[in-house]
Design a binder for this molecule. Structure first.
Ligand SMILES: *[C@@H]1O[C@H](CO)[C@@H](O)[C@H](O)[C@H]1NC(C)=O
Ligand SMILES: *[C@@H]1O[C@H](CO)[C@@H](O)[C@H](O)[C@H]1NC(C)=O
Length: 511
């Protein structure tokens, strides 16, 4: 039985009166975007840096996982694109491309290799150099503090994200690490993301067990040595949310007045649509958007989990004390979204006490059998519009950064890294147009980052999937970089060139 979500709006949504002007004749340029709108591209530390065992860096849970052979192609990010040694050349490329901003993350196991305590001087030096180089070239650093790479030592010592130790305020490990970041880099970094994709890390790591630290329980996940898929994902998400709020409180109390930066959190922004036109599936899609997006947005805006999660997950869903609720509520200046896919969902029956349920069981949905690992995915630019419209109507139109959006190629042949990728350029133009239309329609989008600036290690997919504007020859000693044609397209646009006219879009902008 499907329960329709009742979203409550305690404050009225301000909708800017905006008239959509058809622009058949002229094409978009970046001048059509708001004055301070930022265009960038991104990466994350584990995916791009390499130098995994150099200059005092210690393993993260992802090093352990890849060294056990769990990426689909059996690779690791020990070297990857080796940005650790090539950051100067990379910043030159970014400058040539015309990026306003570079989104990257700090590796906790490089800056504080033991998880807490002493700062590694070599790690500090690396990030200082990278940040200085960016600023020297007029590129804003947008920095993620935690992007999946938890120090393995904290996993071993107390169970990492599952432990209350991860989130307890101020003296505890994540907040102390965030404090070190603000103190070391906050004079130059004005955009901070506390946590990347906290709405998927608990699923991969603690429900299906497909990602580190590979915890799950049978039959919900397979091949795990421990875990509880019915409870742990919710606990881990709760800890990530409280850790986020704790870092934001700390920043506001100790650094905001002098450093004047903005703080946010970045969610994975799958957009769920019904698999069929039944009312059950329509309700399932609404429910799943609440489980996926509302899991974090609802507490951030209203101070508690969405009512549909409260009623379906019951006492397996952690509760907030009044003090925690107050701390979480409005603990952001912006929210980031990584938007790629449309996910079709089907409604299924709910579990019983004989059949334990996980997150998807609680949501009473299943995904039809597309195999994401084989690239069987659905994308269309209108889903970005729907996501932004949803944030506008359900969550008070927060300032939003599209922190990731991009197009994957399979890494097929030898020459692929410098090949023409017109499909990617087309794809990105479609989304830039969709974003423009949402802004015209009142969404408060502040920036757009292409994933990824260059080819990187794509987590589970290793090097078998490439998203880079710049290609990287992962087999060459110096990890040679190549400008793909999408890089030339983006560069042209960023230097004032026209997007091809809207009328020529390859894909429809509305469903
Ligand atoms: C998971 O936790 C729930 C709630 O504590 C418990 O009822 C269930 O038996 C646990 N499952 C496993 C596989 O340990
Ligand atoms: C534009 O915004 C209005 C008000 O929120 C909404 O009703 C409409 O569906 C939006 N249009 C698009 C194309 O998103």
């Amino acid at each position: 039985m499907a329960v329709l979500t009742a979203l409550i709006f305690p404050f009225s949504v301000v909708v800017f009166a905006a008239v959509l002007t058809p622009r058949h004749a002229s094409a978009l340029t970046r001048q059509d975007f708001p004055e301070r709108f930022v265009f960038g591209a991104g990466s994350s530390a584990y995916q791009v840096e390499g130098a995994a065992a150099e200059d005092g860096r210690r393993p993260s849970i992802w090093d352990t996982f890849t060294h056990q052979g769990y990426s689909f192609d059996g690779t690791t990010a020990d070297v990857s694109a080796d940005q650790y040694h090539h950051y100067k050349d990379d910043v030159k490329l970014m400058h040539k491309m015309g990026l306003d901003a570079y989104r990257f993350s700090i590796a906790w196991p490089r800056l504080i290799p033991d998880g807490r305590g002493k700062i590694n001087p070599k790690g500090l030096e690396y990030y200082n150099n990278l940040i200085d180089e960016l600023i020297l070239h007029g590129i804003q650093p947008h920095v993620t503090i935690y992007h999946f790479d938890l120090p393995q030592v904290l996993q071993d010592e107390y169970g990492g994200l599952l432990s209350p130790r991860f989130m307890m305020c101020c003296s505890e490990d994540y907040t102390a690490y965030a404090d070190a970041c603000f103190q070391s880099f906050g004079d130059r970094v004005k955009h901070w993301v506390t946590v990347n994709e906290p709405n998927i890390e608990p699923i991969g790591g603690y429900d299906t067990g497909s990602n580190p630290p590979r915890r799950c329980s049978y039959p919900l996940g397979a091949d795990c040595t421990g875990g509880n898929s019915s409870t742990e994902p919710y606990i881990v998400a709760h800890h990530l949310l409280l850790a986020h709020a704790s870092a934001v409180s700390l920043y506001r109390e100790k650094y905001k007045a002098t450093q004047g930066g903005q703080m946010g959190i970045t969610l994975l922004g799958w957009w769920h649509e019904p698999a069929t036109n039944t009312v059950q599936d329509a309700a399932a899609a609404v429910r799943m958007n609440d489980f996926h997006i509302g899991w974090f947005m609802y507490p951030l805006v209203y101070g508690d989990y969405p009512p549909v999660m409260r009623s379906r997950v019951g006492d397996r869903l952690p509760s907030f004390t009044a003090q925690e609720s107050e701390k979480v509520c409005e603990s952001f200046d912006f929210v980031g979204f990584n938007h790629y896919l449309i996910m079709r969902v089907r409604s299924i029956g709910t579990g019983s006490s004989q059949n334990p349920v996980d997150y998807y069981g609680d949501a009473a949905v299943e995904y039809p059998s597309k195999d994401i690992s084989k690239g069987e995915v659905e994308t269309a630019p209108w889903s970005l519009g729907k996501l932004l419209e949803h944030l506008k109507l359900s969550y008070g139109n927060p300032p939003v950064w599209i922190h990731e959006n991009g197009y994957a190629d399979a890494a097929a042949g030898e020459a692929e890294y410098d090949g023409d990728d017109h499909d990617r350029a087309e794809f990105l133009q479609d989304y830039v147009e969709a974003l423009y239309l949402s802004i015209r329609n009142g969404s408060d989008a502040r920036g757009y980052f292409v994933w990824s600036f260059m080819d990187v290690f794509e987590y589970l997919f290793g090097y078998s999937m490439r998203f880079g504007l710049c290609g990287v020859d992962m087999n060459s000693q110096g990890r040679t970089r190549y400008e793909r044609s999408s890089a030339r397209w983006y560069s042209g646009f960023l230097h004032g060139g026209e997007l091809r006219p809207i009328a020529q879009s390859q894909k429809s902008l509305v469903e």
